[in-house]
Design a protein around this ligand. Structure first.
Ligand code: MOS
Length: 766
């Protein structure tokens, strides 16, 4: 089935925040962000800005009618700075004016005197100074300290990944409209209507039943609107609450880039030990997460780094420790993969390090150590593994031996272009790691004309979740999709939602929809059974017809609905779903946190221009564990997009903050994201379709985040291509691998490189 939004998208008729018609009297907001990353506010000069024509009011923390706090996990984030600023761009005032232009002109007239304090941008420095968001977390399996003596080879090193700008096409924004009796309705570009509602309530002092947050769809989010949509909504709500007028704030791209957090940069230490057969015996990793100035979602992101620190591999002895380090950057936040990619990069770096020193291809070590059903993850869950199935299928169907031969002969003949190939296996756990969040609701109404309305907590952000939910309703009722409409997401219709995140939205909301529809179907069939004087169990719905013992009768869907209505039987249902089986004990750091895992193996091939340092990805060929895909078009779309976004993170996307904590890559002229020319020429996606039972909706495994991590292979393919040109290059494990870095590595001389080397190789005699 095609994405139900495809027609309105193509016609430009889809409704985003900026498409909502403005109500007469609407005012416009704009935030003033601190120009200094860390310091004490002496004076905030608003006089000149207040004189700007059209300015109605400038809000500061003093105007807050509730509490000045929007922190989600930890209450450490004021909406508007009071006496301290902790990052460049930290909102300190909110201008409200008659026009958008007037609001922004006034922002430019605001002056602030700040006594600067020392700025930390490096997570290791923050850790040294004990600037931690939460105490460190440690996951342990086996006994790593005892295991080293049994290792034939031990390698240590450092691996680093930079941040990533979400670059959702629709920037952050909100539109708050006063309702009667002091209530407020907010349209927000948020992944989490509940969180946006709650933050707005905290700041205004209103109760949750007084603030409705409604979302039709987002123009992308990627995690950037899981927690960070709240501030703008809270500002608009506060202004609307005080002024009794509608207030809208839709961020400009540069405001958005400067004021919002990004994917967390990580700096990590690794130590890996292998036996003589290249089995990984022990692995130790220490992660330093650059959390930015406030907690935001960092503790949860940190946790997922630990969950995925061994990627697809079984390692019997593991110790992984993670620090969430407070720096003076905008609070970093959720980003597709949620800390998982950062953890996986480090184990892949450790394996690549070992492979390079031992003179084998990394894939030899990767393949030998893939997990199998029954293996234990460091957090205690036992794998139900498709790792080998995906890997072996990829090797076979893509004829890896032939690919390698082609690459070798190309590299032998070509002097200035070199190709590199890397394997990237992925294993990603599905569920919010915070067990409590794995719940969802659906509200289904069947109308007397036979049409159906479905409302859930799911946010459509381009990923196609509404299409999947519609498929669920269509299948349970066995009616045409045209009869069904997925309504906008609203906190008045569906309460207490979890964010649309963790790849789990279709599973959670789809299952709730399934339950609601099944309950209504049950009542409809009971009505028919009574009328026809047959057992309910003999009835089923098939293509809008009622069947008795498999034979169509003269009752169609509409007659069935009307019969139930005339009998005063409810045609509506509100259902609640909570993922079964999952649990996690944070004290022991053990449990069964995931409903299931998604597996896959990608083969990535790159060609490097060794004169220029530029590169092109020839192909990404992969086998992906779909479970049993309920919508292959949507799932393939997610995989293609995820791969390109992952490659972008690993290659060209380079976030630069200077020592003062100012974002230098603050626009699309200084921050390069993949365009159509950087998409791999071939993306082959082969499904591993299984009929095994799992907890996914219709056994169709979650697909939002896992494919991003195939992109990690891009970094290692590049490394291999560089080595084909300059075998002695010592390339640091530091992503992104920009063309500039590639060029330096291509012409790096051996002497200087060994000098800079930070990685030790210790061969322990056995
Ligand atoms: Mo997503 S990174 O779980 O919002």
């Amino acid at each position: 089935m095609k994405n139900i939004d495809s027609t309105t998208h193509v016609k430009g008729e889809s409704i985003y925040l900026d498409d909502i018609p403005l109500i007469n009297g609407t005012l416009f907001g704009a935030a003033f962000g601190s120009p200094i990353a860390h310091g004490v506010i002496r004076n905030l000069h608003l006089d000149e800005a207040l004189q700007e024509s059209g300015v109605i009011k400038i809000l500061t923390y003093k105007d807050i009618t509730g509490i000045n706090q929007i922190g989600g996990i930890i209450p450490d984030e004021p909406l508007l700075a009071e006496h301290h600023v902790h990052f460049c761009g930290m909102p300190a005032a909110f201008v409200v004016a008659e026009t958008d232009d007037a609001a922004r002109a006034a922002v430019k007239k605001i002056k602030v005197d700040i006594d600067p304090l020392p700025v930390i941008t490096d997570p290791r420095e923050a850790k040294e100074k004990n600037e931690l968001i939460i105490p460190p977390r440690t996951f342990v399996l086996g006994d790593v300290d005892a295991a080293w003596s049994g290792c034939t080879h031990i390698f240590e090193g450092i691996a680093e990944t930079n941040g990533q700008e979400h670059l959702y096409i629709e920037t952050q924004g909100a539109y708050a409209i006063p309702q009667e009796n002091g209530a407020i309705k907010i349209y927000s570009s948020t992944q989490s209507p509940r969180a946006t509602q709650q933050a707005s309530c905290k700041v205004t002092g209103l109760l949750m039943h007084q603030i409705e947050v409604e979302v039709t769809r987002l123009g992308g989010a990627f995690g950037g609107k899981e927690d960070q949509a709240n501030a703008w909504a809270a500002m608009c709500a506060l202004a609307s609450h005080l002024l009794k007028r509608p207030v809208k704030y839709s961020l400009h791209r540069m405001e958005d880039m400067a004021m919002t957090g990004k994917r967390h940069p990580y700096s990590s230490d690794f130590k890996i030990g292998l036996d003589k057969d290249l089995k990984i015996v022990a692995y130790e990793a220490t992660f330093y997460q650059n959390a930015g100035a406030a907690a935001d979602l960092s503790p949860a992101v940190l946790e997922r780094t630990l969950f995925h620190c061994t990627n697809s591999y079984f390692i019997p002895n593991v110790k992984a420790k993670a620090y969430s380090c407070r720096t003076h950057l905008p609070p970093n936040t959720a980003f597709r993969g949620f800390g998982g990619p950062q953890g996986m990069f480090v184990i892949e770096a450790a394996i690549a390090k070992a492979a390079e020193y031992l003179g084998v291809d990394a894939s030899v070590i990767q393949k030998k150590n893939l997990n199998q059903t029954g293996d234990e993850f460091p957090y205690g869950q036992v794998a139900v593994s498709e790792a080998k199935a995906c890997w072996e299928k990829a090797e076979t169907i893509y004829d890896v031996n032939a690919l390698r031969k082609e690459i070798k002969s190309f590299n032998d003949q070509s002097k200035l272009y070199k190709k590199g190939l890397a394997f990237m296996p992925v294993c990603f756990g599905i569920s919010f790691t915070n067990t409590m969040m794995n719940q969802a609701r659906a509200l289904v109404h069947v109308y007397t004309d036979g049409s159906v309305s479905v409302t859930t907590g799911a946010i459509e952000m381009g990923q196609g979740v509404n299409t999947k939910i519609l498929q669920v309703a269509s299948q349970v009722f066995s009616i045409s999709p045209e009869r069904i409409r997925i309504q906008s997401t609203s906190t008045h219709k569906i309460a207490n939602t979890s964010p649309s995140a963790a790849s789990a939205t279709a599973d959670l909301n789809g299952k709730a929809t399934l339950m609601a529809c099944a309950a209504i179907r049950g009542r409809l069939l009971a009505v028919a059974a009574e009328a026809l004087n047959v057992e309910t169990s003999s009835l089923e719905l098939k293509n809008e017809k009622l069947c008795v013992n498999g034979n169509e009768c003269d009752w169609d869907w509409q007659r069935l609905v009307m019969a139930a209505f005339l009998k005063r039987v409810s045609l509506s249902e509100h259902a609640h779903y909570a993922t079964p089986e999952i649990h996690f004990d944070k004290l022991k750091e053990k449990g069964h946190p995931f409903a299931y895992h998604v597996y896959g193996t990608a083969i990535i091939i790159v060609t490097v221009d060794c004169l220029r340092g530029t590169y092109e990805f020839d192909a990404v060929k992969l086998v992906h564990d779909f479970g049993y895909s309920m919508n292959t078009a949507i799932d393939r779309g997610q995989i293609e997009g995820g791969i390109v976004q992952g490659i972008g993170w690993m290659t060209m996307e380079e976030i630069v903050y200077d020592k003062e904590g100012r974002l230098r890559s603050n626009s699309l002229s200084t921050y390069k994201v993949p365009d159509i020319y950087s998409v791999p020429r071939i993306i082959d996606i082969d499904p591993l379709q299984t009929h095994k039972d799992n907890l996914a909706i219709f056994r169709s495994k979650a697909v939002g985040e896992p494919p991003l991590m195939y992109g990690i292979g891009a970094y290692f393919a590049l490394r291999n291509a560089i080595k084909a040109f300059n075998p002695s290059a010592q390339i640091s494990f530091s992503a992104p691998m920009t063309p500039e870095k590639v060029l330096v590595s291509l012409y790096q001389k051996q002497e200087s490189s060994t000098h800079e080397q930070t990685i030790k190789h210790m061969a322990i005699p056995s």
